[in-house]
Structure formats: C-alpha cells, structure tokens
Design a protein. Structure first.
Length: 299
C-alpha cells in the first residue's frame, strides 16, 4: 500500500490531497485521484500504467481533479488495456465530462461503473472488492478489498503420482469435491494440504464520512483500516458540520470493528502536528498511525 497523498481541502507543502494505491498480484488499485496524484505516483513505485481499477469515493474536487490528467498520460504512453472506474451515483456523467475537458487522444477503453447498491463490485479470481455507502454532504462510498481465502494448497506431485491427470479433475478436488478416474475414487484430502490454508487479507478504505454504524459490517475485521480523520477533537464541531470524522472517532470505529491496524489520512491543513491526532486516537485504539505522503508498507 502506498499513501500518495494524505491531506484534504487543498494541497499544502507537506501533504498532497488524499489518494491510496494498492498493488496485488501485479495489478494496481487506486482509491481516489485528486490533483497531483500522478506526480506522487512517479515519486513512489506506483506504476500508473498498471492501474487497473480506480475507485472514487465521491466527487468533491479534492478527490477527483487528477483524473483527466492521469488519463492523458496513460494515453500518451499508449496504454492499450481497459481501465475500470467505480463510483457513486453521478460517476458516469462526471467521468465523461472530465474526459472531454482537455483535448486528448484516448485509445484504450474506460469502463465506467456506477455503483447502485452496496455489496460486491469486483470479483476477480484472487480477490474481491465491496462497496458501501458513507454519510457525507454528497453521495459517497467506502470500499473494502478482500483477498479470497485459501482453503489449502493443491499438491501437484501427489496428484500425478496417484495418476489423476491435470485438468478439470484437479479443479474439482481443489473445490473439495471427490472425483472418479479409471474406476477409482479420489478424495480432496489425498491431494490437498489443508495446513497451508489461510484467511485472505482485508483492507478497507473509508473516506469522507461521519462515523456511522451502517458501514461497520463491511469493514469488520480489516487487517488495515484506512479511515479519514480530517480533524482533531478541538474541531469536533466543525467535523460534525462538514460531515467528517475526528481522529478519535475514527479510532473508535477501528476498535468497534476489530481492525488490526488503523491508518488515519485526509488530514486538514489546520493540523500541523501528527502527534496530537495520533495521541487522541490512541485513547480508543492502540495500533494507529497518521499517514504521511509516500508512506508505504506491506500488509
Ligand atoms: Zn475530502
Ligand atoms: Zn468530501
């Protein structure tokens, strides 16, 4: 995961506007694309050409204005495979308008998906992404990435030794079904090592919102919860008015949903010192860090 930007409202010398990128098995997933995002990508190891998915939380300017520029650069470098866009109501119109804003050639396909209801929006072989509604001034979505659980490891050598030919029978055994071959029955346990099974990793990205139970089920048990924390306690009133979270509120969400690690981002330019926000959050949840631009780690 790479935190390309970690601020809100306007970029500052210390923080670009908030965007998070994630790499999983060669694909990059990008959450929001504010102004400046592509330069931040170039200063990190995020390959903008390999971005397959962009998830827009909402269309406030500080989450979206980097998009047309990024597409222009992708086109210039002769990208030739589709880009998948997801976002709340209004995505189709906003994205179309952004693409028409500047003159650019665009030789690759942009697939725009307007999320109509909460639930699974991406279903790949090795992971899925769920979307869920947040509570902000405008329609806004949160997203949760989930690596698929691994039941166990298929042992090729054992299967071959038993004389089961490679092909659909192997698939069935991996799915836990018994198969028949040349008059003999084989059980999954003969070729699967279930000790090597493990729970898939889960990463949730919650941008602009007042904390609200409606999304708790979707982020339950996240290995990493990225949560906006625009303000500290002294601006709690302002957070309420503008439909944002404080660091302490975000930490309470992490505690209530059994997150393993909390990363606070989308920090207001009013807050110059991370320590203050971190200390407030730590009263509710111990494993918390305030993100800084270009911070990166492996989950
Ligand atoms: Zn925002
Ligand atoms: Zn917003």
């Amino acid at each position: 995961m790479v935190f390309l930007g970690t601020g809100c409202s306007n970029p500052t010398a210390e923080r670009n506007l908030s965007a998070v990128a994630m790499r999983f098995m060669g694909n990059w997933l990008l959450f929001d694309c504010p102004e400046g995002t592509q330069r931040q990508m170039m200063q990190s190891n995020v390959s903008y050409m390999k971005v397959k998915y962009i998830f827009f939380s909402h269309f406030h300017a500080d989450h979206f204005l980097g998009f047309p520029g990024l597409v222009a650069t992708m086109s210039m470098h002769e990208r030739d495979y589709p880009l998948h866009i997801f976002g709340p109501k209004g995505t189709r119109e906003r994205v179309q308008r952004a693409l028409n804003l500047g003159l650019m050639r665009k030789d690759f396909e942009i697939k725009i998906n307007e999320v109509k209801r909460a639930g699974k929006i991406v279903d790949e072989q090795s992971f899925e992404v769920n979307a869920f509604p947040l509570k902000h001034e405008v329609p806004c979505l949160g997203f949760s990435f989930k690596e698929k659980d691994k039941e166990g490891e298929f042992q090729r050598a054992k299967a071959l030794k038993l004389g089961i030919p490679e092909g659909p029978l192997w698939g069935k055994l991996q799915k836990g079904q018994s198969v028949r071959w040349k008059g003999r029955t084989f059980k999954p346990g003969q070729v699967m090592d279930y000790k090597k099974g493990r729970r898939g990793r889960k990463i949730s990205v919650v941008m602009d919102t007042v904390p609200w139970e409606g999304y708790f089920d979707y982020i339950e048990g996240s290995d990493v919860l990225v949560h906006e924390a625009a303000f500290g306690e002294k601006h709690a009133q302002r957070a309420r008015e503008t439909k944002h979270s404080t660091a302490r509120q975000a930490a309470r969400v992490a505690a209530e949903t059994n997150a393993k690690k909390l990363v606070l981002t989308h920090i207001s330019p009013r807050h110059k010192r991370n320590k203050e926000l971190e200390n407030e959050a730590r009263q509710e949840f111990a494993n918390v860090v305030v993100a800084e631009d270009l911070m990166a780690f492996k989950v």
